[in-house]
Design a protein around this ligand. Structure first.
Ligand code: NAP
Length: 478
């Protein structure tokens, strides 16, 4: 079965609400069966320039209630059309329809929380008569929007990544130019259309898809853009960091998240978290479980149970309601994953479940006895692989976990509070979740990594709203 429920049509970038016009197109194909899902009219350098000019020229200034209303209307429109969005996400990314529906729910929450936050004022008051040097004055803070931000998003959550980038900016009144992934641009464009429909003044948002040299690079480097917010790979993130020039740069990069299973863990919970964390969203989450570290005394039983559990994760046609794991983003990515699995086997690891590939569809794969030095677990492996590594002591688990270049998130399965607290303190990661997957969060809690996973600047609705604005202080005699 391969239901093509998405109507074929041409898609357009928008410069402040006006469709991009050109005679070059980019075809977006289903990773599952290569059918064309849609084609996008490509923008060029002049469109980037116009998008900057339109944003800087501005328009109706949005007060808090305006921003709340637009974001909340967008939320309601998304609820109405969530099945259309889910079908489109699944068609262009190869994620199974279940994961795509789940993603629309997450995007809903981002809109809900951002609408609520738009109504709040986080201003502070500092009385100045509080030291021998004090004066009879008060200092107040207020938040002002930036002139213009650029948001660049990856393929792996075609809706939620985009919502997380642009909605906090709109919630504080900062105009945005969005550059979505060329692999999954259709959902991003559909969201932009939803925002216009909800009443967003066009100057507040443009969306452009085009050659990197004409769109992403010149915009990143343009001094009129005050902030670049990027989510994607380490290589591109570091390139942006070195070329963006004098502006705020937010980088949310790759992850290599461990799930550490201690010998006192609840085995059923550990196995469930390992499977969900490794296989959900086809393993293509920055916070997917990418390494499962299991203590020696329970290792054999854990591997046996994980193999049984993995059998529940049926892979296949993303449109099929029974599919739990869809494809990865393209065949080249699936071949890479297959290659690193083979390399691990050459180093002594064993594929104990799955491992078969057909095009971009890779079966959920459990690999036991993976040496901590195998490329599969040193680099980020972005797909449904569950590599299991044996460790003896907690010290060793901490050392292995902290040994890679990444520091995004982690999960620990234990019933021992002392161990839990120690791991919270000693894992050098942006997040440590006890008895949960590394990816657990709510959409408004602070999120982001350290080391090669990011510069320690957090996202999540509230923190992102802070990034997309600046604090002005003013003082008065009192
Ligand atoms: P990617 O290849 O780095 O692409 C991300 C975005 O950057 C795309 O829109 C891409 O455009 C654009 N881009 C490419 N070259 C650029 C340049 N020179 N200047 C500016 N922008 C440029 O990443 P991906 O493969 O789409 O995404 C997967 C990665 O994202 C994984 O490493 C994953 O861990 C990471 N990720 C991190 C988080 C987090 O929060 N930490 C969340 C999700 C994903 P084109 O598509 O047009 O090339």
């Amino acid at each position: 079965m391969s239901a093509n429920t998405t109507q074929l049509k041409d898609w357009y970038g928008y410069v402040a609400g006006e469709k991009v016009v050109s005679d070059t197109f980019h075809e977006v194909k289903s990773p599952y069966d290569n059918r064309v899902v849609g084609r996008v009219v490509l923008a060029g350098k002049k469109d980037g320039e116009r998008a900057i000019e339109k944003a800087l020229a501005g328009g109706k200034k949005l007060n808090r209630y305006d921003r709340y209303t637009i974001i909340d209307r967008t939320r309601l429109l998304l609820v109405e059309r969530k099945e259309e969005f889910a079908q489109l996400i699944s068609a262009e990314s190869g994620l199974c329809i279940r994961d795509a529906r789940y993603e629309t729910g997450r995007a809903h929450d981002v809109l809900l929380f951002a609408a609520m936050e738009a109504l709040k004022d986080d201003g502070q008051i500092f009385s100045c008569d509080i030291s021998p040097n004090g004066k009879a004055r008060k200092i107040f803070t207020l938040r002002e929007p930036l002139t213009l931000a650029l948001c660049i998003t990856p393929f792996n959550h075609p809706l939620n990544q985009v919502v997380h980038k642009i909605i906090p900016a709109i919630a504080v009144g900062t105009p945005v130019i969005l550059k979505p992934s060329e692999k999954t641009p259709l959902t991003a464009i559909k969201l932009v259309e939803l925002l216009y429909e909800a009443g967003l003044p066009p100057y507040m948002l443009s969306v452009l898809l085009g050659p990197t040299k004409e769109i992403a690079e010149p915009l990143t480097q343009d001094p009129r853009i005050e902030l670049v917010s990027f989510t994607g790979s380490v290589a591109v993130g570091k390139h942006i960091a070195s070329t963006a020039g004098y502006k705020k740069v937010i980088l949310e990069l790759g992850g290599n998240d461990p799930l550490i299973v201690l010998e006192d863990a609840d085995m059923k919970l550990a196995v469930t978290l390992a499977a969900e964390g490794s296989f959900k969203n086809s393993g293509q989450r920055c916070t997917a479980v990418k390494r499962i570290l299991v203590q020696e005394s329970i290792y054999d039983r854990f591997v046996e149970e994980l193999v049984k559990k993995a059998a529940d994760y049926v892979s296949g046609d993303p449109a099929d309601e029974n599919t739990i794991v869809g494809t990865v983003i393209d065949e080249a990515s699936a071949i890479y994953l297959e290659t690193v699995a083979k390399e691990a086997v050459a180093l002594g690891a064993k594929i104990v479940f799955g491992g078969k590939r057909s095009g971009a569809l890779l079966q959920p794969t459990v690999i036991a006895d993976v040496p901590p030095t195998a490329r599969m677990v040193v680099q980020e492996s972005f797909g449904p692989l569950a590599p299991v590594i044996k460790f003896k002591t907690i010290e060793e688990a901490i050392e292995i976990s902290n040994s890679t270049a990444f520091g995004l998130s982690s999960g620990v399965v234990t019933n021992n509070m002392q161990h839990a607290i120690r791991l919270v303190k000693e894992l050098r990661m942006g997040t440590v979740n006890i008895n949960e997957v590394p990816g657990y969060r709510i959409e408004s809690s602070p999120f982001g990594g350290v080391k090669d996973s990011g510069l320690g600047i957090k996202e999540g609705v509230i923190e992102a709203m802070k990034c997309f604005s600046y604090v002005k202080t003013y003082s008065l005699p009192w």
